[in-house]
Design a binder for this molecule. Sequence first.
Ligand code: BES
Ligand code: MN
Ligand code: ZN
Length: 504
Amino acid sequence: MNFSVQKTNWKKVRTGAVAFFHAEDKRDIRNSLKTLGRNSVSTAVETLLEAGDMAGKKDELLIVYPRKSEAAAKRVFFVGMGKKEKLSLETVRRASARAAKKAQTMKAKSLAIQMPQVPGASGAEIAAAVVEGTMLGLYKFDKFFKKEEPKVPIDNVIIIEDNGSLHGSSTAEVKAAIQEAELVTAATLFARDMENEPSNNKYPEILGNWAKDVGKEYGFKVTVFGPKELQANKMVGILGVNQGSAKEGRFIIMEYRGGPKKDAAPIILVGKGITFDTGGISIKPAPGMGEMKGDMSGAATVIATMKAVASLKLPLNVIGLVSSAENMPSGTAMRPGDVLTYANGLSVEVDNTDAEGRLVLADALIWADQYKPKSVIDLATLTGACVIALGHVTTGMMGTDTSMMERLKVAGEVTYERVCELPIYDEYDELIKSDVADIKNVGGRWAGAITAAMFLKRFTNYPWVHLDIAGTAISDTAGDYIPKGGTGVGVRLLTQMLKEEANA
Ligand code: BES
Ligand code: MN
Ligand code: ZN
């Protein structure tokens, strides 16, 4: 799909559809009418308005067909964006997704979008939101379906603006923003593909291969540990959790050193890569267990963010670490009551084999220490408790790096991949005390998202942030640009934060 920007009048664009976005607001609709000029389309709009059938509500999409003599486009879409006070880049993403999906079902090969107005946003930012909404909205995980008819993809999206103002951005700025958004969104779709891949095709070795492929493509170093290196480095979490699986565990190290000083303190991203979580001997109930193919979403986010960072050539040092295992019950599986002694000397009683994410993450958090990191951010589909607390709306955030958490909050608003901070007060430490080891891997009924973080905290002695994406990485309902299944959450969030870091 090719995106471009053109200063031109809508009537001149030869395309399957031209889309106008407007808010639920008379003046906004009048503005669209002004841009339309006087012709059969504007007459139809007047009629629709009089009938009360066009209001700009957020689920509205009306189609008008222009006379051939009046416009080069086949159709004109009028896409509602909802309440004027709530207009934002997010409304633009959603409207773009709905327009693109409609154009796709009508087999249009191209789509022009009249650049919408968003108070306070530049043309560059608006164009980026159009790209994101379009690409994310058209995403389908359909590789397993029998192909009945060939797909007719939209291959051209043109952002148009006829008065040439581009809301305060130059054409070059808009073009650059489009290109960046394409790269970051492509990485997000890559994360979705990894998340959605079924676990008969996806086990730790495959995650390692995906990471290596990214490293080869962009020319940075990727190292993958198998059983021998896991043993040698006492990565008892990965080995223990993977013990019941017929597959081998992996630890993945991705090193992108794009900073002006190659040895400057890096930012480290850590991902939970459980390629399937049955719960192990503490086995999960059957309903919904299939969702646990997505229990490697943290890893997918890390691998895909490394791709985004490298493709943007950000002048930063970023290291991606992934702990990967398959959590299966079997005669060789780890048992509740087993004790693991980690490489840093800390011992852990495994009270519940279904709390496996924190066990594998601990290996990565210990490993991260040797880089003397500026900050370590881990991402994990870690707890059902986080979903109970926050639903599917926002990611849970906990940690010790308060300035990084502030920056992630800002990046969360910009990308709409929002994060919500939960406390990690010392009192919660009481809940993971064990009778037989230094700590245990579950904290009981209360504050489950927090006790998981308290566990992780014990393995960090550098500025650290934990993002629990259990509720946001896997979607059970389809939104405008978030389909059912893997969402790729975190890629846009982290890349936005890293872009800001690079500019600082
Ligand atoms: N992968 C799950 C958490 C999860 C649940 C992710 C729902 C996405 C959706 C994790 O490994 C897990 O099983 N956590 C347990 C922890 C408990 C045993 C302390 C949970 O949340 O029930
Ligand atoms: Mn589990
Ligand atoms: Zn899990």
